[in-house]
Design a protein around this ligand. Structure first.
Ligand SMILES: NC(=O)c1ccc[n+]([C@@H]2O[C@H](COP(=O)([O-])OP(=O)(O)OC[C@H]3O[C@@H](n4cnc5c(N)ncnc54)[C@H](OP(=O)(O)O)[C@@H]3O)[C@@H](O)[C@H]2O)c1
Length: 270
């Protein structure tokens, strides 16, 4: 698919980052449709020529060749039905951006004549007014109808990503893996930062002094084949130290620590 016009439904975290990146790469943003008008700080991120509207107060625009639905997962099917009713989807490509759900969620668009696919970038997209994100090297999982699938692969490549084709039946496991790798550590780092603060840990720099340790261990984990690069009491199987940690932690944090220690044992036993 050439760099055509596109519309994004769902101008949220991913929708806005994606729109900015596509514009940067030479695509033409025709319209963004949301549930309510954009906030001023969001509006400022995009060219004045882009139409912003809502389902309740739609502006007339011709449906471009590519429509990306970037709404929260529980809304996808409802928005697909709305899009099928209100836009001219015949011959268009429609993508949704959920890592969990398959292209089938866009069945209403398919019935309206579109070719549909799911298109999921394995990256974290914070509110775009906070910071930009890296697209280069981001893995993008794509599956769906042949034409939309091919368009999704091309779009990912064009943005600097590394597309791959996922079996739709694997999407729940794939998405769970992403959550285990990114969301669980996020929560645990926030908890550890509070514990460091309770010990008077350094106030300067991110993470109360945790940054060098956390970044080095994440890098080690990512480049390791298994658990060979793990350090600390768990890796040394130092039971006395682990017991001291468990005794020092709040009960709910100790429960997580214990669960991870048990998980590690099952991996050592393989
Ligand atoms: N953020 C990430 O890191 C990330 C990464 C990969 C994939 N994704 C996927 O991207 C999708 C969106 O996630 P997100 O994090 O960008 O969510 P988000 O920040 O909550 O943005 C969702 C946007 O959709 C709008 N919306 C909700 N219902 C709508 C409707 N009926 N019609 C039009 N717009 C509607 C929301 O409007 P309101 O503000 O009015 O609610 C909001 O602007 C999800 O499928 C998610 O799995 C997200």
């Amino acid at each position: 698919m050439a760099r055509t016009g596109f519309a994004v439904i769902g101008p949220g975290r991913l929708g806005l980052h994606l729109t900015s990146r596509m514009i940067e790469r030479g695509w033409t943003a025709v319209a963004l449709r949301g549930r309510r008008p954009l906030r001023a700080e969001q509006r400022r991120l995009l060219p004045a020529t882009v139409v912003f509207d809502t389902w309740d107060e739609p502006t007339a625009w011709a449906t471009p060749d590519l429509v990306v639905i970037a709404v929260p997962d529980p809304e996808i099917q409802r928005v697909a039905t709305l899009a099928a009713d209100r836009l001219d989807l015949g011959g268009r490509v429609v993508l949704h951006t959920s890592g969990l759900h398959p292209a089938e969620q866009l069945e209403a668009c398919r019935r309206a004549g579109a070719s549909v696919a799911s298109w999921h970038p394995l990256q974290t997209f914070p509110p775009p007014e906070l910071r930009t994100v890296e697209w280069n090297g981001v893995a993008v999982a794509v599956e769906g109808d042949q034409r939309a699938h091919e368009a999704g692969l091309e779009l990912a490549r064009d943005l600097g990503g590394e597309p791959w084709t996922i079996d739709p039946s694997c999407k729940p496991t794939y998405h769970a893996a992403a959550a285990v790798a990114a969301n669980l550590p996020h929560v645990l780092i926030a908890v550890a930062r509070d514990l460091m603060a309770s010990c008077g840990g350094p106030e300067e720099g991110p993470g109360r002094g945790l940054e060098p340790l956390v970044l080095a261990s994440v890098r080690s984990a990512l480049s390791a084949a298994g658990m060979e690069a793990l350090t600390g009491a768990l890796a040394r199987r130092d039971r006395a130290a682990v017991d001291a940690h468990l005794a020092a932690l709040p009960a709910e944090v100790a429960a997580v620590y214990r669960a991870v220690a048990e998980l590690l044992e099952t991996r050592h036993l393989r």
